[in-house]
Write a protein that binds this ligand. Structure first.
Ligand SMILES: Nc1ncnc2c1ncn2[C@@H]1O[C@H](COP(=O)(O)OP(=O)(O)OP(=O)(O)O)[C@@H](O)[C@H]1O
Ligand SMILES: [Mg+2]
Length: 364
């Protein structure tokens, strides 16, 4: 089965007054791994359900390759059963009375494959998911992670050309989740399908996807490769949603041709009156005492990560993340200073939408 590109063109879905999806344009090539990333309620699942054919758009259209499969004007053009999509949800929904191998064989039986071909295909996907040894067990004899593998194997068995995932890893513990990320990516590549993966976890999106659409309020806030989103976030929302830890924003004021925040001097103004200045966590420093570029803050926590430390402080009710080399000896609630660099990494205009300027270092 050849994989296909997917195009969403001005896609809309209204539920009465609610515009769950409000004009989404996304296009990815065959074999892409597209992540739809965004907070709860931004329309991710609704897009997935329209791709699967479980909902019809109220506007715009969806195309798999050259073929329009659904449109706001014509409704369902290609019925769900003929779209050749596979869905993986958070809940595994295995048949409790069937052994693993029969669960996997089931969709092939429904499609009336002959039994020799079914047996061969079941073996293939069991091997692909490394669950050969579980073939004769029943679902209740499996761990959550194993059940998820069986569910994925069952989805892959009929060779779907589009794979749809809705937060498939959110029921798993952190370690298993990290393992399954790699695993799912391997499965995606081996299947040759084009995948759409819904998540609110930016780490999943940034580590797995070839393309990421950051969504907010039913719209795409930014679409690009993970590296692009980190290097050049096009809105403050994206800047504070992606990255580990994400970037910091400071609401500055223009005074005498300079930007300042409280008593801190943040460098020369570029003319935007009340901008949001973006600082990457690695550009900020912990300081010993007051200074013209130093802000008094309160210590919250320090998290060692891969030989470095993410320090989180409070500036009133705003969290600020700083990456340092040393574990600091502050305790919760201690006062300290952070020092800003001479220039911000980016400046966003007051309407929160324009990137007024980007002083963007290349990431190592
Ligand atoms: N059948 C429906 N009827 C009415 N409103 C709906 C329906 N389905 C979804 N919505 C609304 O559409 C919006 C988008 O919902 P959707 O399920 O797509 O969000 P989501 O991004 O998947 O969120 P989550 O991360 O919480 O799963 C929400 O405001 C939701 O309440
Ligand atoms: Mg959802």
């Amino acid at each position: 089965m050849e994989s296909v590109g997917i195009a969403l063109r001005g896609l809309e879905k209204r539920f009465g007054e609610v515009a769950a999806v409000a004009g989404v344009h996304i296009e990815v090539p065959p074999g892409a791994f597209l992540a739809l990333l965004g907070p709860s309620g931004c329309g991710k699942t609704t897009i997935l359900r329209m791709l699967a054919g479980l909902e019809d758009p109220t506007g715009g259209e969806i195309a798999f390759g050259e073929r329009v499969v659904a449109s706001g004007q014509r409704g369902t053009v290609v019925p769900p059963g003929e779209r050749n999509v596979g869905l993986v949800f958070q809940s595994y929904a295995l048949w409790p009375h069937m052994r693993v191998k029969d669960n996997i064989a089931w969709p092939l039986k429904v499609q009336k494959w002959d039994s020799a071909t079914i047996a061969r295909r079941v073996q293939e996907v069991l091997a692909l998911l490394s669950i050969d040894h579980l073939a004769d067990r029943y679902p209740h004899q499996l761990s959550g992670g194993q059940q998820q593998r069986v569910a994925i194997a069952r989805t892959l068995a009929p060779r779907p050309r589009v794979l749809l995932f809705d937060e498939p890893l959110s029921n798993l513990d952190a370690k298993l989740r990290a393992e399954m990320r790699t695993e799912l990516l391997r499965v995606h590549r081996a299947s040759g399908a084009t995948s759409v993966y819904v998540t609110h976890d930016q780490v999943e999106a940034m580590t797995m996807a070839s393309h990421v659409a950051v969504m907010r309020n039913g719209q795409v806030e930014q679409f690009g490769a993970p590296g692009d989103l980190l290097r050049i976030p096009s809105t403050p929302f994206v800047a504070t949603f992606v990255g580990t830890p994400p970037a910091n924003l400071v609401a500055a004021q223009q005074v005498n041709g300079r930007y300042c925040y409280k008593s801190v001097d943040l460098g020369e103004s570029n003319g935007v009156q009340s901008p949001l200045l973006m600082y990457r966590p690695e550009q900020l420093r912990l300081a010993n005492g007051p200074g013209p570029r130093c802000l008094s803050v309160e210590f919250a926590e320090a998290t060692p990560v891969a030989g470095r430390v993410i320090v989180t402080v409070w500036d009133e009710r705003q969290r600020i993340n700083i990456v340092t080399d040393q574990l600091p000896s502050y305790r919760l609630g201690d006062s300290l200073y952070i020092e800003f660099p001479a220039q911000p990494d980016a400046i966003f205009g007051q309407d929160e939408q324009t990137l007024a300027m980007g002083i963007v270092p290349t990431l190592a």
